[in-house]
Design a protein around this ligand. Structure first.
Ligand SMILES: [Zn+2]
Length: 413
């Protein structure tokens, strides 16, 4: 039976968003949480960019050491061979990225108004095919090709583009609703048509300019399933992403778990999802991005399980199922971080010393693999984040200092 997979793009689309930033250590934490949550794949960033290289090496080493569970790491490149060649040179211990998504615009609108005569349809296919072949020749296990502005690209060219990609060795095509104008019924029909015409999964990449990103992602996935293909859904934590955001990771998972009527489509999640990390991840992300969660954020907002008005409160007191779709306990505990304790507290961080470091690590029951290195990493990571380190951050530092040291080439030698 075809299955649903989650491919999170927080570390690419999320962090490239205006007025939004995350340190490289913060991006590492996103991969850590995605691994705990059980997502299939993390698009970890831009491996051809000079300032991402140490971070990509650290992620490869952390994955190799088991820090991210079964999470696949993938790189995003423009659909040009040169980007892929640079990306393939980034290695840690002889291991490089095994998964890629390669992106190029496919709509007539962007051909006319972005490429402005530089590329036509034939040239787009040629560039993309060369990029896919380069990735496969470099040993990539899976390659997805991204049709940027796919929602404004006609069926005929989308099919031609996807078939050429498949012929070159691609495994999936990403249909990007880049400007967020699609609607659920249209997405479902287009996905079903394209997935059956090309015989490979069509990935959803939905933006939220109409507030429809999650609905479109669910519908696109159903189109894949109808065509007998697996569905791959792009998400971001807390729904961040360009402009009004991408499909929210937690909402999309919850939709497939609890949405009425989806079971009749045989919508089975193929990833080992563990929502007991959902609150820790969402609240950490809100803290790390410096972007408060709306009160009504799905599952994790302050009001997601709050009842006050007379009829609702009475009903919820009798049986919370009267006014709740799913049980809050499935979303795991809220973070209860050492640095957030009220009253007298001794912390560790950028300018801390050994006494404070040992006090906090002992208090959290963390026995660092390499104490001296972990101590320096607490200082360096905190200097990057500019915010008190959380318990999960300290645990990752304590457990994997040697791999995290790759984030800071030249500073720990
Ligand atoms: Zn996007």
């Amino acid at each position: 039976m075809p299955q649903i997979h989650f491919l999170d793009v927080t570390n690419r689309d999320g962090v490239q968003t205006a007025r939004t930033g995350l340190s490289k250590f913060g991006k590492t934490m996103v991969n850590f949480y995605l691994g705990r949550l059980g997502a299939a794949q993390s698009e970890i960033g831009f491996p051809f960019l000079f300032h991402e290289v140490p971070y990509v090496r650290a992620q490869l080493a952390l994955a190799e050491a088991g820090a991210f569970g079964g999470l696949r790491l993938s790189g995003w490149c423009r659909g040009v061979a040169g980007d892929v060649e640079k990306a393939a040179e980034v290695r840690a211990g002889g291991v490089g990225l095994a998964h890629y998504n390669l992106s190029i615009s496919t709509s007539d609108y962007m051909i006319a108004n972005k490429f402005r005569g530089r590329l036509d349809r034939d040239a787009i296919v040629r560039e993309m095919v060369a990029a896919v072949r380069t990735a496969k020749a470099a040993g990539a296990l899976t390659v997805g090709v991204n049709a940027e502005d796919g929602s404004r690209t006609d069926d005929g060219f989308l099919t031609e583009f996807a078939l050429a990609a498949k012929e070159a060795g691609a495994d999936r095509v990403r249909y990007c609703d880049t400007i967020g104008g699609d609607t659920p019924e249209r997405v479902r029909e287009r996905f079903a048509r394209l997935a059956s015409a090309v015989g490979m999964p069509v990935e959803t990449h939905c933006h939220n300019d109409l507030g429809l990103a999650v609905a479109n992602s669910v519908s696109g996935a159903l189109g894949d399933l109808e065509a007998g293909q697996d569905a791959w859904i792009n998400t971001c934590v807390n729904g961040i992403g360009e402009r009004s955001g991408n499909a929210d990771l937690l909402s999309t998972i919850l939709a497939f778990r609890h949405g009425f009527g989806l079971e009749k489509h045989g919508a089975e999640i193929g990833d080992p999802i563990d929502l007991s990390w959902a609150r820790r991840f969402a609240l950490w992300a809100s803290y790390a991005f410096g972007q408060p969660l709306p009160y009504n954020q799905v599952g994790v907002g302050r009001n997601a399980f709050a009842h006050e008005s007379g009829i609702h409160a009475d009903g919820a007191l009798k049986d919370h199922g009267n006014y709740e779709l799913y049980d809050e306990e499935t979303l795991g505990p809220f973070p209860d971080d050492w640095h957030a304790r009220p009253g007298r507290v001794v912390l560790t961080g950028e300018y801390g010393g050994k006494a404070g470091f040992r006090h906090v690590m002992d208090g959290l029951g963390i026995d660092p693999v390499d104490e001296d290195l972990a101590f320096k990493l607490v200082q360096l990571c905190n200097a990057q984040t500019g915010r008190p380190l959380t318990d999960d951050e300290l645990r990752l530092i304590g457990g994997h200092p040697r791999e995290l040291a790759l984030l800071f080439p030249g500073q720990l030698d």
